[in-house]
Design a protein around this ligand. Structure first.
Ligand SMILES: [Zn+2]
Length: 109
């Protein structure tokens, strides 16, 4: 995905971030996003092993600030004060696909 989303909405009641592109809308739960944070303190940069996973994230997690980092990523500041994660458009797309696959697998059982 080369372009920024046309719309970003934080849906506090549903606890998810809604990102809209002309061809797609992604709805990503806060806790899922925070648990998939790609930064160096959440994923060991040498081993690639995830240090902070979804199970480690507080249920009441929510962004306190969401802003563009250049035109290639979102920088999310969380209410647990974590703010080093950059979510590129490609990474957000990957997360949305991963989530859709997980939900598809869950409903087909
Ligand atoms: Zn992180």
């Amino acid at each position: 995905m080369a372009t920024p989303p046309t719309s970003i909405k934080a849906r506090q009641q549903e606890g998810l971030l809604e990102l809209q592109w002309p061809h797609a809308t992604y709805r990503l739960p806060y806790r899922y996003l925070r648990g998939r944070c790609p930064c160096a303190s959440c994923v060991d940069e040498f081993t690639g092993i995830r240090v902070v996973d979804i199970a480690d994230v507080p249920v009441a997690i929510a962004p306190t600030d969401v802003r563009f980092s250049g035109n290639y990523a979102l920088k999310i500041v969380w209410n647990d004060r974590h703010d080093t994660g950059l979510f590129t458009w490609d990474y957000l797309e990957l997360l949305a696909n991963e989530l859709a696959a997980a939900q598809g697998a869950a409903t087909s059982e």
